[in-house]
Design a protein around this ligand. Structure first.
Ligand code: 13P
Length: 255
């Protein structure tokens, strides 16, 4: 992290986990661990837990995020939720383009781009996920994949808007596998993403944008990953469901 120019963001992606009472319990357990943290703390909860999370985090330093939003304002899109609907609930962040959405739900760079624009227009802070598959890394095209995703996902976005976006570098092979990228691999990819943003926008925008790492980040490996200058926090799945582990990651980002 380079705290002189950027604020680290530690965001939990709960994925499809926790009922409402369980969500309340987890947030209550996270609250004392997040208190006084020197980083932004976000919980990305399922749609059904948003209201509970917004209520439970009132007056705390914990921010609430959703895990997706649609790009249209309203209409015949069964099962979808608009950005305005999230804002109305008091939601601040939205995770977009997660590899699970790309892999299982047909999300493309084009729809990620549209969703990002809709989220920004509604006043949400998007956390946009990019990352290569294992075979893409093995073929040596990690940089091409990251470059393409950034160019397409952030097409038509202004520099000022880009500064409001958090990019989560999530190598797909590291998600839920227990196989974390090394701190060097994470740094290399996050730095490369910043060079793409510099080319697309300008140096100041690239320096301002938050680039997180995600993929089996946990209480044990967080400090090393976060010690890297271009790794500005984490998007955490499994470990964000356990308050002590999530608390330890928040602590690692706060030193
Ligand atoms: P895990 O931390 O469970 O590997 O998940 C990472 C992730 O997908 C966060 O969005």
């Amino acid at each position: 992290m380079n705290k002189a120019v950027r604020k680290a963001i530690i965001a939990g992606n709960w994925k499809m986990n926790k009922t409402r009472p369980e969500a309340k319990e987890l947030i209550e357990a996270i609250k004392p661990l997040a208190k006084g943290a020197d980083c932004e703390v976000v919980v990305g909860v399922p749609f059904t837990n948003l209201e509970t999370a917004v209520e439970a985090t009132k007056g705390t330093n914990i921010h609430v995020g959703a895990q997706n939003c649609h790009f249209e304002k309203s209409g015949a899109f069964t099962g979808e939720i608009s950005a305005d609907m999230l804002v109305e609930l008091g939601v601040e962040y939205v995770i977009l383009g997660h590899s699970e959405r790309r892999q299982y739900f047909g999300e493309t760079d084009e729809t990620v781009n549209k969703r990002t624009k809709a989220a920004l227009a509604a006043g949400l802070k998007p956390i946009v996920c990019v990352g290569e598959l294992l075979w893409e890394r093995e073929c040596g095209i990690t940089e091409e994949v990251l470059g393409k995703q950034c160019k397409l996902d952030f097409f038509g976005i202004t520099a000022d808007e880009m500064k409001k976006i958090t990019i989560a570098y999530e190598p797909v092979w590291a998600i839920g596998t227990g196989k974390t990228a090394t701190a060097e691999q994470a740094q290399e990819a996050c730095k490369y993403i910043r060079t793409v943003i510099a080319k697309m926008f300008d140096e100041a925008t690239a320096e301002a944008v938050t680039v997180q790492y995600g993929g089996s980040m946990n209480a044990k490996n967080a400090a090393e990953l976060l010690s890297k200058v271009d790794v500005d926090g984490g998007l955490i799945g499994g470990a964000s469901l356990k308050a002590p582990d999530f608390g330890e990651i928040i602590r690692a980002a706060s030193v």
